[in-house]
Design a binder for this molecule. Structure first.
Ligand SMILES: NC(=O)c1ccc[n+]([C@@H]2O[C@H](COP(=O)([O-])OP(=O)(O)OC[C@H]3O[C@@H](n4cnc5c(N)ncnc54)[C@H](OP(=O)(O)O)[C@@H]3O)[C@@H](O)[C@H]2O)c1
Length: 179
């Protein structure tokens, strides 16, 4: 069985965590709050590992990454929704995950992000297959709104299936029509 890691997998990515766990992956999931984690685990406890850690604490994060790889094997795929406080999380991943076998990183970004700038700044090593996902918005009968959690998770699952290097969920154009 392959091993996936979902950073922020107890929030809007809940359905992604569950989908991975029933589609050939053991899903390790990062979040801080036990109650939210418990609600997620109830959906498929045998195929999920909780990782209760504050990802801004990179020492503890690195320890947890070693623990889950010892338990579930090397990580093949990472889905990452990381707030701006977590700028050291991806460097911690590239140090703590295998550098001898390739792994995929699906990196979610907020609507106003500049993907090219983020890609240049993220600068992952060559064995990491880097995929960017941009969260857009929806325009419906001349009104606009932000994406729902279900739309975000569905879009991420599509991005994992299609493996494009850039994937936009919803739209970001015309930008002046954003909610
Ligand atoms: N363009 C768009 O449409 C768009 C873009 C962005 C967001 N949104 C919406 O905005 C809502 C709120 O966004 P949100 O960022 O709060 O998303 P969220 O996915 O609901 O929550 C953040 C996730 O990251 C985890 N997390 C946050 N900080 C952490 C830390 N320091 N260490 C470890 N885990 C951490 C949280 O777990 P814990 O709470 O357990 O720590 C949770 O799993 C979303 O539900 C989404 O619908 C929409």
């Amino acid at each position: 069985m392959k091993h996936a890691l979902v950073i922020g997998g107890t929030g809007m990515l809940t359905n992604v965590s569950v989908w991975l766990s029933v589609n050939g992956y053991h899903a390790s999931v990062i979040g801080r709050y036990p109650e939210k984690m418990q609600r997620l685990l109830e959906q498929n406890p045998a195929q999920m590992t909780p990782v209760l850690v504050d990802y801004t604490n990179t020492k503890e994060l690195a320890e947890q990454l070693h623990r889950i790889q010892k338990k579930n094997g090397p990580i093949h795929l990472v889905v990452a929704w990381i707030h701006s406080t977590g700028q050291n999380v991806i460097p911690c991943l590239t140090e703590s995950l295998s550098n001898s076998q390739p792994w995929k990183l699906f990196h979610l970004n907020g609507s106003s992000s500049n993907l090219h700038e983020i890609k240049a700044k993220t600068a992952v090593p060559i064995h990491v297959h880097y995929h960017q996902i941009l969260l857009g918005f929806k325009i419906e009968s001349d009104m606009s709104r932000w994406l729902t959690n279900e739309e975000i998770s569905d879009g991420v699952i599509k991005a994992i299936r299609e493996e494009k290097s850039e994937h936009i969920i919803g739209t970001i154009a015309p930008w002046e029509k954003r909610p």
